[in-house]
Design a protein around this ligand. Sequence first.
Ligand SMILES: [Zn+2]
Ligand SMILES: [Zn+2]
Length: 493
Amino acid sequence: MRFVSFILNNRLTVAPECLVDDPDLKAVPFCELPEFEESPFEQNFDYDEKLQQILFGKMLLLDEINLPLEIIHNHFERGYLKYNPGIRKNKYGWHCNRCGNEKDHLFASFSCFRCKSERCFYCRNCIMMGRVSMCTPLISWIGPDVKWDNVNDLVWEGELSKGQQVASDRFVEQVGKSGELLIWAVCGAGKTEVLFKGIETALKNGYRVCIATPRTDVVLELTPRLKAVFPNTCIASYYGGSEERDILAQLVISTTHQLFRFKQAFNIMIVDEVDAFPYSYDQTLQHAVLAAVKPHHFKLYLSATPSSKMKKEVPSVKIQMRFHGFPLPVPKIVWGGEWKKRLERGKLPPAFLKWLKLQASSGRRAMIFVPSVSIIEKVTELVRKHVEVKVDFVYAEDPLRKEKVEAFRKNEISILITTTILERGVTVPFLDVAIFGADHNVFSESALVQMAGRAGRKKEDHSGQVIFFHYGKSLSMIKAVKHIKEMNKEAGF
Ligand SMILES: [Zn+2]
Ligand SMILES: [Zn+2]
């Protein structure tokens, strides 16, 4: 969109070109406007509550606000919202105000119908959230704060394990303070329950809380659980394709990517699976977390496999024991032969086949992790040839991903073949885990620990089987087994 600038009441102001009927004013892309002042705040203005709800704690494109431009601009004129440049140029190059991207190669230009520029620059890094370009301002709310209803009782009858209780108390103590804390909990320690009391305390104090996780599957698993224990709290989940994004929620469960939409919104930010791809190495996602919190905030990190950097830099509390009090299943390392070559010949390794047949007749469920999407269909096809139970596969870009994971949870699929995308977040009872080609370099120590951690998570089934099928042990495999044994030892087994 193009904007014009003009003098009004002795100060320079701006307006969308289409709202000003003056052919003498020169319309330019937003980022080429001269520096202008915010409009003074008009105390008695009868502001639009819907707009407040949409914008509070956010930074959105005009396209994302489903209200007429006249209404939006009227709030700018009364000092209730701010137009921020989407991208701006500094002496080093372009900077994206939404995702913080400053890498030259992640900006491109196109011939833009909105600002009529032949070379309208935009940020490629956050393009999946809608295009931020030279001519698209980002809108934020600077009017009155939303007041939350303080009925946020926790409705939960469960009991915490000793380890959970210690971590939970540490979190509760920190509510209202600033700083950070790492909860280092083994897979299956029950870290969600550890959050309940702290979240309740925060909500009751009128704080806004976000649980961010790199994975959509985790958002989908956490949301119903939190809605169940906080029945009176307004909770919304944010992920690509979610329908709750317009809901004004005091408790938000979001993928780290979707945090780009928020601005200074949260008093407490809980980053789940902090070591997980892609959060751990993507700088812009860390920028998103920082932009989404209020200046005075508390950050809580959760991980079963924290990086050594995090272990060193952040104060932590450890939960070594699973909530049900049984040890982590230790993976069995089984030589599977040249799995790659066999696969090319349309065959499965004999050791794997033997396990598969026993597995299928056991009545239990299994997750089989494979190292890449390229072999997933082949493996599935071969597995189906040998067993009678229902077998399916799922991968990151699978259009039916949500449905398939749901079917697996409901026991409508017995064997699910998947990539590392499901190494976290999926919890089903009576489950065994096999890693096909565990020696592949895509499987890091932490990925292997996480995948092994899928098994034995329920009290009624606390000791599932985990097998690494390999063609030559990798260092990651050895480290993963050592890691699990050490955690068990620390827990007293
Ligand atoms: Zn960007
Ligand atoms: Zn443009």
